[in-house]
Design a protein around this ligand. Structure first.
Ligand code: GLU
Length: 470
């Protein structure tokens, strides 16, 4: 039975590296009919926050990476939280077991200097504690020999035990350290495969030694390669924002983000670049992952996003757009735009030309809002041209009588204009485009006019005409 987990520490938003780790765990669970578990590793009391915990969970949900089990909270699965398990005395009891078998001991610290270890004891140092000493539990590294483990992508990795030092497993405040809690929890939760970032390779020998001390079965390990920025240093804040929340707020689609993250280390096959995650679950095979570092390429992500924006069904894009507007609090849209048939038509023609929902919101603006402004380059180049008046007034006349507002109907009328007026096609088209949209980069002119519809087009042409007449 495959049981995997994603175990974020709630000390920041969900980073794309974390999201990729969660994705590969999730894919493996789905492929194998196993379970994907979310465990919040919040034992670092100072650095952990509920705000980050909530934001990580919200991001995972948005990504579609739902976890399969956890304590019941109002009919849903909550995550497992190490802080709650601390309260149950769980880690302390396991630490004490190791003390009993002499594989761990109490370390005693100077009351004046809590960093300074002044002694050790195999029994609970009651007296020293009364004298104000603080106490931790430390794991005893076996003398000599080596510790090794197998990594699915890297083969056997060996560490000399002499390179390791006894380490704290239970802190003086009773909280477990990461290396200890992770082993106790992975064991108790029946985790079969540990899939995580390669930054944890150096922790693994300590964890293996703990498994051995308890005589517990050791899970399989797979350490994912690093994600680097353009300058080939590990992706971090220096490379700009990298959280899932950030990409959501910039108008990326969750399907595209998952697609792109999957490409960071997984060659899905046949040069395939664009897919929906649900469609490739069956092909997921951990051994196929790469152990080479990968570069996070914003431009490629945007390209993938554009592909998804055009590939998804009309309603999906509409819903994603709605989510984007609500998430980013785009007031003008939220207050004035209804997601009706007109909106869907607008989205449909605009999505052909943009790569993100943020670009879509800007690109579609003049469709939804009559108060669009006329760009300077339009005003200078076309509106101030001596032919502007005749082009717009002629178009007005034709559109007032037009019954067929399909793209073809509009096309027929507009195409006849240049010849009829003996004015270049470019000048006629651009003058009309700017007259109804205020700008020169829009979806195709005939589609734009057709989608705007008779009422809006006439109003806009009349208003522009007034400007021409001064
Ligand atoms: N809490 C650890 C982290 O966020 C989890 C590491 C692991 O998966 O073992 O890096």
């Amino acid at each position: 039975m495959v049981r995997v987990r994603f175990a974020p520490s709630p000390t920041g938003e969900l980073h794309v590296g974390g999201a990729r780790t969660a994705l590969f765990n999730w894919l493996f669970a789905r492929k194998m009919g196993g379970s994907f578990i979310l465990r919040i590793e919040d034992t670092d009391v100072e650095r952990s926050s509920k705000i980050y915990e909530r934001s990580i969970m919200e991001s995972l949900k948005w990504c579609g990476l739902l976890w399969d089990e956890g304590p019941d909270v109002g009919g849903n699965h909550g995550p497992y939280r190490q802080s709650e398990r601390v309260k149950e005395g769980l880690y302390r009891s396991y630490a004490e077991r190791l003390v009993e078998s002499r594989q761990a001991y109490y370390a005693i610290y100077d009351p004046e200097d809590r960093e300074k270890q002044i002694g050790i004891s195999d029994t609970y140092p009651e007296r020293e504690i009364q004298h104000g000493c603080s106490v931790t539990v430390k794991f005893r590294i076996p003398k000599g020999g080596y510790t090794e483990f197998n990594d699915i992508l890297r083969g056997r990795i060996r560490f000399e035990n002499s390179s390791l030092e006894d380490f704290v497993i239970l802190k003086s405040n009773g909280f477990p350290t990461y290396n200890f809690a992770v082993v106790v929890d992975d064991h108790l939760m029946g985790i079969s495969h540990v899939i995580r970032g390669e930054d944890h390779i150096s922790n693994t020998p300590k964890q293996i030694l703990l498994y051995e001390a308890f005589s517990w079965e050791i899970p399989e390990y797979l350490h994912l390669p690093l994600i680097l920025g353009n300058d080939r240093t590990p992706l971090s804040k220096r490379h700009g924002a990298t959280s899932v929340e950030y990409f959501r707020s910039k108008g990326f689609l969750s399907t595209a983000l998952m697609n792109y993250l999957a490409l960071l280390g997984w060659n899905v096959g046949e040069e395939e670049q664009i897919f929906l995650i649900d469609d490739v679950i069956e092909r997921f095979e951990p051994h196929d992952l790469s152990n080479k570092n990968v570069i996070f390429d914003h431009q490629k992500l945007e390209w993938v996003n554009g592909k998804h924006l055009r590939m998804l069904a009309r309603e999906q894009v509409r819903d994603a757009f709605k989510d984007f507007l609500a998430y980013t609090g785009r007031k003008e849209y939220l207050e004035k735009v209804e997601m009706d048939d007109f909106a869907e038509d607008v989205i449909e023609i605009c999505r052909q030309k943009v790569n993100t929902l943020e670009q879509l919101a800007d690109f579609a603006y003049p469709f939804f809002f009559d108060d669009y402004e006329y760009e300077n380059n339009y005003v200078e180049k076309y509106l101030q041209d001596e032919k502007a008046g005749v082009i717009i007034s002629e178009a007005l006349k034709l559109f007032e009588n037009l019954k067929d507002w399909t793209v073809e109907g509009v096309e027929k009328v507009v195409r006849g204009l240049p010849e009829h007026l003996e004015i270049s096609k470019k000048k006629v088209f651009q003058t009309l485009r700017g007259a109804v949209m205020g700008r020169l980069v829009t979806p195709g002119l005939f589609e734009t006019i057709s989608v705007l519809g008779k009422k809006r087009v006439l109003e806009r042409l009349r208003r522009t005409m007034k400007m021409v007449e001064g």
